[in-house]
Design a binder for this molecule. Structure first.
Ligand SMILES: Cc1ncc(COP(=O)(O)O)c(C=O)c1O
Length: 429
């Protein structure tokens, strides 16, 4: 930022932002995959204001708590996949993963299996930036500068068909599962505590798993007595046209992490949802020495309650599934025809386009990739050009990622893809 200059965002309304020069930008990334209800949502602002006046803060320590986190926990337990009936709060997605890791260690220790300490996660995974969350993250640019991962964090492959130059078929997914099983057997299932999984890998490049893969991964973990943790920091709260991707995919996770869309980003809040089976081991053991000063912050929880209330009232989850999501995917599929695009992939209101350089595309085959060179960073270049065309998308390696607010209309989706096309036209010139 220091070297290249810093952009300011001054205000926001609906799906739009105004920068310091008064330029109007359509936010195709919902902030950072999180402003699900859009900007300037009066119901959240009012709920936060009212809670600030009534009680701005009190900790969830000393057998004491406040009302909003209890009501929000009740809402979460009611809407989350069946076995997840306990909620423990934090302040971010990273911390929700951190909390899950401590619960997992305590669980196996209490079960007399302290040897189960290793944690599996996948290449291209993104789970946050604390020491342990970075250790879960499968992106070398996040972990290498810090000599991470820590000991006992084991990486397994992920299905990334474009990268592997294969079709995203069921057979390909099965191959990745077989490789994962090999690693588990090599390490010894009796040494493995849990596996962390994003149902769709977001920051790693919007990696949409092939059919059958997630279910098979879940079954593999169950067979080997490895806890299955769904990191739904991006996928929960409607982006995929469901409250929780785990529900749609039948993942039946042992733990589930949320943040971002829990408050639509209006205030920081994360939560780890815990299964009855785990809670039944942890709770009778007595004092669970884990809590942040801001655990269950009443104002953040009030924002969360108002946020899920708005999503319900506007019927946003159904709207994404039945209208905005399919329309967005249609427009994304049309973008695949653009000469700068090698592949598109997505699910409801999340999507990505892998870009190819001019001259690298003699045909519409997978050979398109051959023009790519390391360090081209086509995604960043494209995102800058698209911003000049009045829309924000995220550039990652050689791809662009999109995840607009759930309130986006068809006309705004058209506008978003028009900006993307204009930016890609310029990239291709
Ligand atoms: C799947 C996933 N997990 C965890 C995180 C980390 O969340 P935070 O940035 O709130 O710590 C992110 C952030 O992008 C994420 O996408």
């Amino acid at each position: 930022m220091n070297r290249e200059g810093t952009r300011w965002i001054k205000s926001g309304d609906g799906c739009y932002l105004l920068d310091e020069k008064g330029r109007r930008l359509l936010d195709g990334l919902a902030g950072l995959w999180c402003v699900n209800v859009g900007y300037n949502c009066a119901a959240i602002v009012e709920a936060v204001h009212a809670q600030m006046e009534e009680l701005p803060y009190y900790p969830s320590f000393f057998n004491t708590t406040t009302e909003p986190p209890v009501l929000l926990a009740e809402w979460l337990a009611k809407h989350a996949p069946a076995r997840l009936n306990k909620v423990i709060y934090s302040n971010s997605g990273s911390e929700s993963n951190e909390t899950a890791l401590k619960i997992i260690r305590a669980f196996w220790k209490l079960r007399g299996k302290s040897g189960k300490r290793k944690i599996l996660s996948r290449e291209f995974a993104y789970h946050g930036v604390t020491l342990a969350a970075t250790s879960l993250t499968g992106l070398p640019n996040c972990s290498d500068p810090f000599d991470l991962p820590l000991e006992d964090f084991i990486r397994v492959p992920t299905p990334y068909a474009w990268n592997d130059r294969v079709a995203a078929s069921e057979g390909y997914g099965a191959e990745i599962i077989a490789k994962t099983a090999e690693i588990i057997d090599r390490e010894g299932a009796e040494t493995i505590a849990a596996m962390f999984v994003e149902p769709i890998q977001g920051a790693g490049g919007v990696l949409v798993p092939p059919p059958g893969y997630l279910k098979a991964l879940r079954e593999l973990c169950r067979e080997r007595d490895i806890l299955f943790v769904a990191d739904e920091v991006i996928t929960a709260f409607g982006r995929l046209g469901v409250w929780f991707a785990s529900e749609r995919e039948g993942l039946d996770p042992d733990l589930l992490n949320v943040a971002k869309g829990l408050t639509s980003g209006y205030l920081p809040l994360g939560a780890t949802l815990v299964s009855d089976e785990i809670a039944d081991v942890i709770l009778p053991a007595g004092y669970f020495a884990h809590g942040y000063t801001y655990t269950g912050h009443p104002v953040c929880a009030a924002a969360g309650l108002a946020n899920v209330g708005v999503i319900e009232e506007l019927g946003l989850v159904d709207r994404v599934r039945n209208d905005a999501g399919p329309y967005f995917q249609q427009k994304l599929a049309e973008l695949a025809e653009h000469p700068a695009v090698g592949e598109v992939r997505g699910d409801n209101l999340i999507g990505a386009a892998e870009l190819v350089p001019r001259g690298g595309r003699p045909s519409a085959s997978r050979g398109d990739r051959d023009g790519l060179q390391p360090g081209m960073a086509l995604g960043l270049k494209a995102a800058d050009l698209i911003r000049e065309e009045d829309a924000i998308v995220r550039g990652i390696r050689d791809l662009i990622a999109l995840a607009p607010p759930l309130i986006i209309t068809r006309a705004e989706i058209d506008e978003l893809f028009d900006s993307v096309r204009r930016g890609l036209d310029r990239l291709w010139k």
